[in-house]
Design a protein around this ligand. Sequence first.
Ligand SMILES: O=C(COP(=O)(O)O)[C@H](O)[C@H](O)COP(=O)(O)O
Length: 323
Amino acid sequence: MTDTEPAAPVRETAEEIATMEVRGAATIASAAAEALAEQAEAAAASGETASDPAAFRASMRAAARTLRETRPTAVSLPNALRYVLQRMEGQTVDELRRSVVDASDAFVRQLDRAQDDLGQVGANRLADGDTVMTHCHSTDALACIEAAVEQGKSISAVVKETRPRQQGHITAEQLREAGVPVTLIVDSAARRYLDEVDHVVVGADSIAADGGVINKIGTSGLAVNARERGVPIMTAAQTIKLHPETLTGHTVEIEMRSESEVIDAESREQIGEIAVENPAFDVTPPRYMDAIVTEHGQFPPESIVALMRELFGEGAEEPWAEP
Ligand SMILES: O=C(COP(=O)(O)O)[C@H](O)[C@H](O)COP(=O)(O)O
């Protein structure tokens, strides 16, 4: 390990995030925070950085950059890196190591608590006997449905499979395990089934200052259809999904993934010369979203900017940048 090459656990976590073995905004954030703690332990034990606080700090910044480069859309990833690196302090390598490990632990605990708290808020929006429709797999959205079940409400679910990677299968399995009767549908059947649904519940990868919700591709179409059908739609998103850079006019990068997720090589060959595009996320304008449910309560999307300012100030530092 050199000060620019992160330790093996960081490289492994980065690979798992890039290949989507680790996926979903909250899970990515907690894996990234834990990887920084592992980097701190490795750097404190390595000949090159163990007795050199400046080299230790540089190795932490390099690890954060490696993690940051894995996937561009979920802001929970840079927010996790920021949380941990901003709390790195001390004169000695041992003090620095301890501050990083403590910050990483605190971040993961806070993440779990936030999900439990927002689950209660989201559950309060659901009534006994309701049917919910889900898109993709969101641990924050599932927390709301599971909390409603724990409150003793009987909830059933229509689960969209979510092409091309079919994260709906994970949602279907987890809801079934929670005792929720599940009907799995293809994405294009969503509008037909909205007539049988009381609420749409989705997650978020990022939330922009104007209240736009960035989530799995297909969320915006679902939201427009839900509005047309008069079905309320909420996004369950703990505040690490708030995108501080959008306060200063930046937009959220939408990840483009490989065409091989959309079409196999043989079919591609047979069709001939065509373009294939595979955006992983889209933006739902605030006017199509009824509520953003966070650990601080629920917000109309247009008012989320006040919470964003309170939590992040006017912008976002990049503590992983070289000084
Ligand atoms: O869009 C996705 C996952 O996309 P991908 O599978 O491409 O990562 C999820 O809805 C959000 O990340 C929220 O998830 P959570 O609520 O668990 O943070």
